[in-house]
Design a protein around this ligand. Sequence first.
Ligand code: LLP
Length: 444
Amino acid sequence: MTHPEQPGLWPENLTIVDGVWHLGEQPLTELAEQFGTPAYLLDVPGLRARAARYRRAFAEAFAPAPVQVYYAGKAFLSIAVARWMHAEGLRIDTASGGELATALAAGVPGADIGLHGNNKSDEEIDRALESGVGRIVIDSLDEIDRVEALAARRGVRAPVMVRVTTGVHAGGHEFIATAHEDQKFGLSLAGGTAAEALSRIAGRAHLELLGLHSHIGSQILDPDGFAAAARALLQLRAEHAERTGVLLGELDLGGGYGIAYLPDEAEADIATLAGSLARTCAQECERLGTPMPEFSFEPGRAIVGPSMLTLYRVGTVKPVPLDEGGARWYVSVDGGMSDNIRPALYGADYHAALVRDSTAAPVLARVVGKHCESGDIVVHQVQLPADVQAGDLLAVPATGAYGRSMASQYNLLPRPGVVAVGDGEPREIVRRETIEDILALDLG
Ligand code: LLP
């Protein structure tokens, strides 16, 4: 039994037995027959193990300070996933009414759900209050009045945190860095709106200020940004205590932990990262003369990303001559930018492997989709055996985060389903769309 390339890139329970690729007990060829392609295959025990590992890493590193880990549902949320995360002791972080409704439909108690968003609607806020969410993360000054008014109407006290823009710039791509100054999220530390939000919230009868929040970006592999953001929040907390006499109880340090997308990449070791972050926080609290707060974290990608792969069926294979000599093999698959927009949107690199043995020499290949756009690239560059041909299965690892959740129906392609493997019989937890589904939405 061998594992293709290094662990952390492929789902934990992916194995090759006598040349046959399996996820858990299931040959990928049979899953393709049964569920069709393209399909997102979810390694359920692998997903749960990652969730448990992240929860434990933070809890152990920060002990005795209490820790909560929220799974960031934007990476990929379904009712089954919300249930598994909650069963592993994680809470659910939501960023819209749809994510909130999904977490609630999974039976996650409101108290174990958080609501984010830079432009929450009154309806979303009201639904959050109705379901008794554990926290609403305030993202602007006007939102303070809106949440207060809606909470007053319900006669409740809304638990809120303030999202602080710390000025830390981190993350894999400009679009996914979120804590530098000139962007839409949070309340500025340097500009003073964070402090202003804290004073405005103080004394409101229908708001309960839990603490401070920071999310600096996504796909971050260098731990320094997390430490810098934590120090900034602890400092703000100490200043707020000095000004008002109130020491805020909680710090949420967000998500953003990076994963491996390519065979030569490695994800950060979460136990080491959490350990060093916890030491930074303890030292900073010591320096400021304040006790450690409670902590929370919101990993999304790092939990679900490596737990899924996308299985495609190869169609057209076209060697295209290159100016510099040789050729690039354009290997077309039956999906593309509609099931993974990340290469087109962020220039993200992925890996692909042929789901069978081959002794053919490797060739330089580009895996492309079936959309009417030349930017419709699944994998920019990968070596594939020269005998790759129509009908082959191709597996692309690490597509669990922001793959299905950002999928579209571009060119009116039905979106692929998500197949859960390793939790009883394999089954779809999100149904594959059909052309009938697409026509059903079209009112003519
Ligand atoms: N918490 C907050 C407040 C966030 O905004 C995010 C992600 C997370 C947690 C989870 O971050 P993660 O651990 O998954 O990195 N579509 C982009 C990623 C956008 C991330 C947005 N916020 C991508 O595909 O790379």
